[in-house]
Design a binder for this molecule. Structure first.
Ligand SMILES: [Zn+2]
Length: 430
């Protein structure tokens, strides 16, 4: 039976990717295999005897035709996003600042009047749109999860639905076409990207601009964020691969830039061909990507670096365990599941992982392991010698915060180079 799920609709089965999800090309090369990983939200209750758990291959493929990096298996969304899957708003300080900056930048690139409509796809709690609303513009969100209700309560008009052509047509008949459409961090998750694009075209005014933000493949590679590879992330974009996708739907990129969200993302402005001036930023970023030789140089090197980082992290952990040091993990974001499972970290290495007090993950085990997730207060009460930072991409903020709260031990930063940071801020690489 098909299940209505929170971020995407269930298809009833997983799909092996034989042809590129964007260009339908068959020249797909396997560039990285992280093993069989459990879905990141598979977290059994702590203390129960472990029973069977599903796991799925985490293989990255590279398309030599359109340069899209993508997973080799599309796991049934009903498995990845079960109805009970708990959602957090995800609207962190860095995201709020990013949305404000997006508003300011886009208002310069697309001069807006009070009649202009802005539509956000995957609008969450309405934070992005609130910037435009406060600026005096009409806004419309589209959001399938419960966060849509929160947005409505905050006064942001929101269509509570999955985004597809039907939803786009319905929204268009209600509120008309949009001068700006935004889609942040949704491009990687939804299975049929061409349906999404057709929906966007349906809603975009003739002189409108579509702005997307996606995790950036070249940033992922540079900072070795292999831990952001998991089944919910079906595609990993460069500007080249986004351009290819947009071109296929009659849009051209008019501006692009790198932004800091999610450990390194890319913001791309697109419009119907010939409707807006194309900025130099587009050529500059495309040139830098071409010079990097993604398929022939960067990705093969990435694989080597990923393997070495795992071995180095294991070596560092071996040294500490030989000295009978206690290590707690800090933070249980989705990416922690990939790191822990790929690096083979078990409950003999990490006593537990700590999470903030009201996290729904407390009282459960990390996916694929019997490492318990406990409340953060354990870290301060028990004072283990080491804390392994699983949200290492925000390590500076975390170290400052945990030290201020009273943690006296040292920090292990697992990536991109395993590193120990003392409480006084000095660091040593392995
Ligand atoms: Zn392709």
């Amino acid at each position: 039976m098909k299940q209505q799920t929170a971020l995407a609709q269930g298809t009833g089965s997983s799909v092996v990717v034989e042809r590129c999800q964007t260009c339908d090309g068959a020249r797909l090369e396997s560039v990285l295999f992280l093993g069989y990983l459990p879905p990141v939200n598979t977290m059994p209750v702590t203390g129960k005897r472990p029973t069977e758990e599903a796991s799925y291959p985490a293989e990255m493929l590279f398309c030599h035709n359109c340069t899209l990096a993508q997973l080799g298996l599309i796991v049934d969304p009903a498995i990845l996003f079960p109805p009970e899957y708990p959602y957090s708003s995800g609207t962190t300080k860095i995201l709020r600042e990013n949305f404000k900056e997006l508003y300011e930048e886009s208002s310069k690139i697309v001069p807006l009047t009070s009649d202009d409509l802005i539509i956000d796809i995957g609008s969450n709690d309405g934070t992005l749109l609130s910037n435009f609303k406060n600026g005096g513009h009409k806004v419309q969100g589209i959001e399938p999860t419960l966060m849509g209700k929160k947005a409505i309560e905050a006064g942001i008009a929101t269509e509570e639905a999955f985004f597809n052509i039907e939803t786009a047509t319905r929204v268009r008949s209600k509120v008309g076409k949009a001068r700006i459409i935004t889609a942040t961090n949704v491009f990687a998750h939804i299975e049929n990207i061409h349906d999404i694009m057709e929906g966007i075209i349906t809603l975009l005014a003739d002189d409108g601009v579509f702005i997307s933000e996606s995790h950036y493949l070249l940033g992922l590679i540079e900072t070795l964020q292999y831990d952001t590879i998991y089944h919910e992330h079906l595609r990993y974009y460069s500007l080249s691969s986004i351009s290819y996708l947009l071109n296929r739907h009659g849009l051209e990129v008019i501006h692009a830039k790198r932004i800091p969200t999610h450990g390194g993302s890319i913001r791309v402005y697109a419009a119907r061909n010939g409707k807006h001036q194309v900025r130099d930023s587009v050529k500059e970023l495309l040139n830098s990507e071409n010079a990097a030789n993604l398929g022939t140089k960067l990705l093969p090197e990435f694989k080597e670096r990923v393997v070495l980082s795992k071995l180095k992290l294991n070596s560092l952990l071996l040294d500490l365990k030989l000295k009978k040091q206690r290590i707690f993990g800090v933070g249980a974001p989705s990416r922690a599941s990939t790191l822990i499972n790929y690096a083979g970290i078990d409950n003999g290495i990490l006593d537990c992982v700590v999470e903030v007090k009201n996290s729904h993950k407390v009282g459960k085990n990390m996916p694929g392991t019997v490492i318990p997730v406990k409340e953060e207060s354990c870290l301060f009460d028990e004072q283990p010698e080491y804390a392994l930072l699983l949200s290492w991409h925000i390590k500076d903020e975390l170290i400052q915060n945990l030290s201020a709260k009273g943690f006296k031990g040292k920090y292990i930063v697992p990536l991109p180079e395993p590193q120990i940071i003392s409480n006084d801020g000095t660091s040593s690489s392995v």
